[in-house]
Ligand binder design. Structure first.
Ligand code: SF4
Ligand code: SF4
Length: 154
């Protein structure tokens, strides 16, 4: 990521209602939960589960190198029956970003977009710049060796 500034949606409200929609397939979407190799390594260390037991290599979404396995019901390998993430503190960056995505602009800036797919949009408090700065910093840390958009989940 180049510049350190970004544009974010003003007056957007968001609060996660733990519906689990973003953690797997929907009628409309076959969701791909993509991960960097560092992320799969961290999840494996934390859970004691082999990388190959919860993910598959994917070669068409660089710099992501892995795609999360889904259960028969189309939900993420790590989503519990109560719609809780079993690896919440180690969840991949794209999970932390959702329902937002960050896209490079032609002028070198970055812009946050969001998807109305998430029922948590327009619920809860209005998000301020601090919220997006937090996401932006996480992306910068994760992608310090990559230059790309965080836009493969939506
Ligand atoms: S779709 Fe939105 S409200 Fe539902 S679990 Fe994901 S972030 Fe939360
Ligand atoms: S890792 Fe957690 S937050 Fe991400 S899709 Fe799976 S259950 Fe959802």
């Amino acid at each position: 990521m180049g510049n350190s500034d970004f544009i974010f949606p003003k007056k957007i409200r968001f609060e996660c209602i733990n519906c689990g929609v973003c953690c797997g397939d929907t009628k409309e979407k076959n969701r791909r939960i993509l991960m960097l190799s560092e992320e799969t390594a961290e999840i494996s260390v934390k859970t004691g589960i082999k990388i190959s037991d919860f993910s598959n290599i994917c070669l068409d979404k660089k710099p992501y190198l892995y795609e999360m396995n889904k259960k028969q019901n189309g939900k993420c390998f790590f989503l519990s029956s109560k719609n809780k993430c079993n690896i919440y503190s180690e969840r991949p960056l794209i999970c932390r970003f959702y329902p937002f995505e960050l896209i490079d602009q032609s002028d070198g800036n970055h812009k946050f977009y969001y998807t109305d797919e998430c029922p948590g949009i327009n619920k809860g408090k209005t998000l301020n710049k601090k919220y997006f700065t937090g996401l932006f910093e996480q992306a910068k840390n994760r992608f310090q060796f990559y230059f790309m958009n965080i836009n493969n989940r939506i």
